[in-house]
Design a protein around this ligand. Structure first.
Ligand SMILES: Nc1nc2c(ncn2[C@@H]2O[C@H](COP(=O)(O)OP(=O)(O)O)[C@@H](O)[C@H]2O)c(=O)[nH]1
Ligand SMILES: [Mg+2]
Length: 246
């Protein structure tokens, strides 16, 4: 059976970009589209492409680690809230995207309240960390204060059995605390405790990154400098200049 994951946030936080990136990384799609180029798989409706915003909830599928998932991109604009709410009935979990430069916006608080009221487990992705003004620790404080949920920023290299994560989790889970006191914590017991607590809605683990820019390196790995220059040029970051007569 496929697990259904919804992606939620305030408009412009990067939901559609995140979905595109995830589908590309899991090899569900071959080419990486961009919202700004009207080429994403999710915002495929003519009106969405023209306006550059998500109006309808879109669904795609991907597989990872031998499991199958449905990924549902939702509109973040308050005018299309009904379309976003329609997805809540089928979800197994949700990813809340938080813009690292803006922190928690009011619509995100509303969405989180809805997810919590329906007991949908939440994971957080702090996006746009590549942008000037991105403040990840301010974002983490904002999540704790405005969503009234405790969060732990997992680093890519850090496993679920890492000391920092386990100690933080022990503050929420008595069973794990007991194992910790007896020096019996291992990765499976930490994972079981994390699942228990995420399901209760007490905690939401977070990771951070850039949905837009994390693919750059991957796209250019093994490619020639021409390919690299082409990608930068298409992203309007470079303007190639040619000289004659050398
Ligand atoms: N710099 C930067 N821009 C991003 C990132 N993710 C999304 N964007 C840009 O933010 C804008 C809104 O993205 P979109 O995915 O449509 O957001 P949505 O409304 O939440 O679906 C677009 O111009 C994206 O290119 C990111 O990680 N870094
Ligand atoms: Mg969108």
């Amino acid at each position: 059976m496929r697990t259904a994951i919804g992606v939620f946030a305030h408009v412009d936080a990067g939901k559609t970009t995140f979905c595109e990136s995830l589908l590309f990384k899991t090899k569900s799609i071959k080419t990486l589209g961009r919202v700004d180029h009207s080429s994403t798989v999710m915002d495929h409706n003519e009106l969405e492409r023209r306006r550059g915003i998500t109006i309808f909830s879109d669904i795609a599928s991907f597989s990872s680690g031998g499991r199958e998932y449905y990924l549902i991109d939702t509109p973040g604009h308050v005018d299309f809230s009904a379309e976003m709410e329609r997805t809540l009935t089928i979800l197994d979990g949700a990813i809340l995207i938080v813009n690292a430069t803006d922190g928690i916006q009011s619509h995100t608080t509303t969405v989180h309240r809805l997810l919590k009221s329906r007991n949908i487990p939440v994971f957080i992705f702090i996006n746009k960390t590549d942008q000037a003004g991105a403040d990840i620790s301010a974002c983490v404080s904002d999540i704790r204060a405005k969503l009234r949920i405790d969060t732990y920023l997992l680093c890519n290299a850090e496993g679920l059995g890492s000391a920092g994560f386990v100690e933080w989790l022990c503050e929420h889970d008595d069973e794990l605390m007991q194992l910790y006191v007896e020096n019996k914590v291992d990765e499976p017991s930490a994972l079981a405790a994390a699942i228990r607590q995420v399901r209760t809605g007490n905690i939401a683990p977070a990771v951070q990154g850039s949905a837009l820019k994390q693919n750059r390196r991957q796209r250019n790995v093994g490619h020639s400098w021409e390919c690299h220059t082409r990608a930068r040029t298409l992203e309007r970051e470079r303007l190639p200049v040619f000289r004659q007569g050398l």
